[in-house]
Design a protein around this ligand. Sequence first.
Ligand code: FAD
Length: 484
Amino acid sequence: MTKYVVVGGGIAGVTCAETLSSLCPEDEILLITASPLIKAITNYKKITKTLEEFDVEERPNISLQSKCENVKVVQKSVGSLDAKSHVLRLDDGQEVVYQKICLCTGGKPKLIAEQNPYVIGIRDTESVQEFQKRLSTARRVMVVGNGGIATELVYEIEGCEVVWAIKDKSISSTFVDPGAGQFFIAELNKKKKTQEGKPSKRLKYTVDDIKISESNNTPIGGALGPDWSADLSMTGTQEISHCVTVEKCVEVQAIHTKQEFEKSGKRCCVLSGNPDQGSWPIYVELTNDKVYGCDFLVSATGVVPNTAPFLPGNQFLIADDFGIRVDDMMRTSEKDVYAAGDVCTAGWEPAKHWLQMRLWSQARQMGAYSAQCMVADMQGQRISLDFCFEVFAHVTKFFNYKVILLGKFNAQGLRRDYEILLRVTKGLEYVKVVLRDGRMEGAILIGETNLEETFENLILNQTDLTPFKDHLLDPDIDIEDFFD
Ligand code: FAD
């Protein structure tokens, strides 16, 4: 019997195994992952109490064993789980008996038209390679979705026309409000600043470098990590830099083949002022009745938790977003089964300024905390919810701007009685503060604002800002000094 088993070699699973290893150096820990590469966090840096930044390296599985001597990594796929008997069955028939297990199998891209060969999703190194290959011969691509992946793709693709189809009124709306979306719109068709000469932040392995076992030649890779798009060539065949057309408030209605389109008698939208664009492999019809011919379509419409192997025969509570529900100790509803990262849904009453989003920062935090909970339970102790779940905090980059999101940054779940304070300098910064009853509930900081630490404190302390409201975003006042 193995004391601790972790399933999944993404950020959540690897962090969970590493934390277990450091808390219980004497116990055997087994990490089972379908992919030949694991995700290792490097250059971890705390920017503020809750904001963290790190790089992610893809490493051969063996590297984890070298770093943590009591962790054994097995590259196999999990077929099923018998939670009552504490038995995990692998695809090759092997059975693993465990005392405690943590499920960290991430999510799968939610693809529109999954069976269509001209529709691809972006999730792991392999899917990015496939995307790059197709883009290298493409004249036009349609990107569908309005989250982080779509935003990064639209920014990175060059030499190819892009039609960006979003179902909302403004771009990047999973993360930012319409005002910030408007701030970014100006960047859409700008020539990209060259990144040449910049050293790559992460060490890269590709699956070609790693021998994949014959029994498992289609591994499910882990989701990509920070800077996944930064030093990849994403160039099509055209002599253009950026050429993005945004279609707002639409969804994909139908994807026609060339023959279907020709028979339909519909008309195709013309871009770049050139009506003679030849024919296309697919014609995408949007709900505004516009039809665009494209070489292929990228479906970046989110992920669904990857729960399939674990559900048959077990009684897991499943949340509305299909994640496995966990309590404030990362326990699922099945005894001794924990879950962390994209596969799970936080089922506890969240702190006032926290919300779950399927992000690498939360995958790391949940992976580490679930390990602490497993060990505490084994030792008959109870620990309280980690401080990182007190305030939502995320740092990322969109259109080459630093983006920091704090607390209820989009006034999520607030009644209508909140106020917004704004400071915008075109091409430089966008600062939005959400106030309710004079207290700061959240903030969006775009650009080098240096306000994150002070604003995080104001959210945590719930200082009454009513007397200072008019000066809070005054650029001539050193706010840090003011609240020191
Ligand atoms: P994953 O990284 O998906 O790992 C799942 C692991 O489980 C993999 O190792 C897989 O091989 C293994 N596995 C799956 N099924 C089985 C099985 N049956 N048996 C054994 N092993 C199995 N987040 C951000 O914060 N900011 C961003 O800008 C951002 N951009 C992103 C861009 C892309 C293209 C993608 C795909 C994601 C992005 N994310 C971003 C999300 C972030 O990457 C994920 O939230 C995070 O990596 C999830 O980690 P995880 O460990 O839960 O799952």
